[in-house]
Design a protein around this ligand. Structure first.
Ligand SMILES: [Zn+2]
Ligand SMILES: [Zn+2]
Length: 187
């Protein structure tokens, strides 16, 4: 079986970088600055980049002897749900991208495992897997609306922020409330 299948990438796809403009001379540099729609399912179950929202790519592509080194940042909006109170979280994130995409049949290509470094597909680079890895790493596995979110009262489901400090579900019967105050006075 051939090691390199013909490129399946669409050069017009927003997360595919075309390096035809980049001379294959080590040190040659091109920048890629563009805003692209976020692909589906970018993130984790509880939090992620909403599909179709703007992702800003601010990348530089540098020719190195073994391939093309892509570095820079990708930034965008993040939406999720607080793991304690289920409130919506609206945030933003900036992730660093640093990845070598090896030329087909370069020494790097031949001496590394498939998942160790990226691979050029002809003149094209598929940024999406690298971006997915970076975004997933940058997101919290247990997102919170704020660091000290107290969560919900497990009895009534109301946010602790909206409940008085002495909120409690004991002595629900008002007929006993007065009596218990009397008892407390005696103590
Ligand atoms: Zn919360
Ligand atoms: Zn309650």
């Amino acid at each position: 079986m051939p090691k390199h299948l013909p490129s399946q990438l669409d050069p017009r796809s927003p997360l595919v970088l075309d390096t035809r403009e980049l001379p294959r001379r080590p040190g040659a540099l091109r920048t890629v600055t563009r805003v692209v729609p976020a692909p589906a399912d970018l993130g984790l179950e509880m939090i992620g980049v909403p599909e179709g929202t703007d992702l800003s790519l601010d990348l530089s592509l540098q020719s190195v002897s073994e391939g093309v080194y892509v570095s820079g940042t990708v930034s965008g909006a993040v939406q999720g749900e607080c793991g304690r109170c289920l409130r919506q979280i609206d945030d933003s994130l900036v992730v660093q991208i640093q990845e070598l995409y090896a030329y087909a049949d370069s020494t790097t290509d031949e001496t590394t495992e498939e998942d160790e470094v990226g691979r050029m597909q002809g003149d094209l680079i598929d940024l999406e897997p690298t971006l997915r890895d970076a975004v997933v790493l940058a997101l919290p596995t247990n997102p919170l609306c704020r660091e000290d979110c107290p969560g919900l009262c497990i009895e009534c489901g109301v946010h602790w922020d909206e409940l008085p400090a002495d909120h409690s579900h004991e002595q629900v019967d008002p007929r006993w409330a007065g009596l218990s105050q009397l008892t407390r006075k005696e103590e």
